[in-house]
Write a protein of this length. Structure first.
Length: 347
C-alpha cells in the first residue's frame, strides 16, 4: 500500500469488492452483505457493506491504515446521496476538481451529493483510527418510496431528494444526534443472521435517515432552541457530570459549569433532563446524597463533617434532603450501620 489508491465505483458493495481486489484479499459474502479484513501489510480493521431495496446501502468502515488512501466515486448518470457519520479520527472529503476540502471531525456527520462533473473523494489519513458509518441513497430508485412525502418536506430537503440525477453539488455537516449514535451502535452489535439480520439493519438505516432529516431541520433553528441532543453534546454533558462527582464539595453554579464544558446554560439544563431525567440541581443533589451515604458506610465521619464534605453548609438542610431520598434521617441510618461496623472491627 505504498502508493495512494483511488477506488472508482458507485455502489458501496462494489466499492468493498474493488478494495478487496486492489488489496488482493478475499471477501466474504452472505445474502446482501459483504465483508473484508484489511491485510497486515496494509493495516488493520474491517470493512462491511450491505445493500437493500429502493437504492439504499450502507458501509461500516473501521480501520487503521499504514498509508493514506483515497476513495473516489466515479462520475455517473445517477449520483447517490451520501450520509457519513464519523465515530473516530478526522478525515477529509472534497469534490474532485474543486479546491475546497471539508474536514469531517469526530462525532460529525456529513450529507453529500456530487454530480457528473465533480465526484466525491474521501481521503483517509495514515496511522489514525478511522471509523465511519455511511448510508448511501440512490435517489432515482428511492423516489418511488419517498415521492408522496416530498411536498411536505422542508424545501431544501425536497430539492435535494428531487435532484434524482445528481445535478447539483451539496455538502452539509453537523454534529450527529444521540438517537443516530444509538441506532449505529445497535447495528454494530446486531447478532442476528440471515433474513432477520437484513430486515433489522435495513429498518435501522431508515430510522437513521429519519433522525437525520429531523436533525437537518432542527439545525436551521437557533442553537439555543434546538430540541435534538447531539452526540458531541452528550460528551460535554458527561464531562459536566464527572466534574460534579469529583468536585461535590465546591461544585460551580450552573452558569460556571456550563461555561467550563463549552455549553450554554439552556443546553446544559435540557441535556441533563434528556440524558439523566433530571435538572442539573437535582443531579447534584442526588450525587451529594449518594456520596453522603457512602461516607457513612465507609468512614467514621460524623454528620457535621459529612455535611461539609459534600458541599452543604446546613446540617438541617442535609438531613431534610437525606430523608427525602432514603426515607430516614442521617442519624437513623448511622444507628442501623453501627452494629455492622462494630462487627467488622472485631473480625
Amino acid at each position: 500500500m505504498a502508493e495512494k489508491k483511488e477506488l472508482k465505483e458507485l455502489s458501496l458493495v462494489d466499492v468493498v469488492k474493488d478494495i478487496a481486489g486492489r488489496l488482493k484479499v478475499d471477501y466474504e459474502t452472505e445474502n446482501n452483505e459483504i465483508c473484508i479484513d484489511i491485510p497486515k501489510e496494509s493495516g488493520t480493521g474491517t470493512i462491511m457493506a450491505m445493500s437493500f431495496s429502493h437504492g439504499v446501502a450502507l458501509m461500516d468502515l473501521d480501520v487503521r491504515l499504514k498509508e493514506e488512501v483515497r476513495f473516489e466515486l466515479n462520475p455517473s448518470l445517477v449520483q447517490p446521496l451520501e450520509i457519513i457519520y464519523n465515530k473516530e479520527s478526522s478525515f477529509v472529503h472534497r469534490f474532485n476538481g474543486k479546491e475546497d476540502a471539508h474536514e469531517i471531525r469526530h462525532l460529525e456527520s456529513a450529507m453529500i451529493s456530487s454530480n457528473g462533473k465533480h465526484s466525491n473523494m474521501v481521503i483517509l489519513p495514515a496511522v489514525e483510527p478511522i471509523c465511519f458509518f455511511n448510508i448511501e441513497i440512490n435517489r432515482k430508485r428511492f423516489e418511488e418510496k419517498i415521492g408522496d412525502f416530498l411536498p411536505d418536506m422542508d424545501s431544501d430537503l425536497e430539492a435535494l431528494f428531487r435532484d434524482v440525477n445528481g445535478v447539483n453539488l451539496f455538502f452539509y455537516k453537523a454534529n450527529y444526534s444521540l438517537d443516530i449514535a444509538k441506532c449505529i451502535e445497535e447495528i454494530k452489535q446486531c447478532e442476528l443472521s440471515g433474513f432477520p439480520r437484513s430486515v433489522f439493519i435495513e429498518g435501522k438505516c431508515y430510522e437513521i435517515v429519519a433522525h437525520h432529516l429531523r436533525q437537518y431541520v432542527d439545525d436551521s433553528s437557533d442553537p439555543d432552541n434546538r430540541k435534538i441532543l447531539r452526540q458531541a453534546t452528550v460528551k460535554k454533558l458527561e464531562e459536566a457530570a464527572e466534574i460534579i462527582s469529583s468536585e461535590l464539595d465546591q461544585v460551580d453554579n450552573i452558569i460556571a459549569l456550563a461555561k467550563r464544558v463549552g455549553l450554554n446554560q439552556n443546553t446544559l439544563q435540557n441535556g441533563f433532563q434528556h440524558l439523566y431525567g433530571m435538572s442539573v440541581n437535582n443531579y447534584i443533589r442526588n450525587e451529594r446524597m449518594e456520596m453522603a451515604k457512602g461516607l457513612m458506610e465507609r468512614t467514621d465521619l460524623n454528620i457535621t463533617e459529612i455535611t461539609y464534605k459534600i458541599g452543604i453548609n446546613s446540617r438541617s438542610y442535609f438531613s431534610k434532603l437525606f430523608k427525602e431520598r432514603y426515607a430516614m434521617t442521617p442519624t437513623q441510618y448511622l444507628k442501623i450501620l453501627k452494629p455492622q461496623k462494630e462487627r467488622s472491627k472485631t473480625t
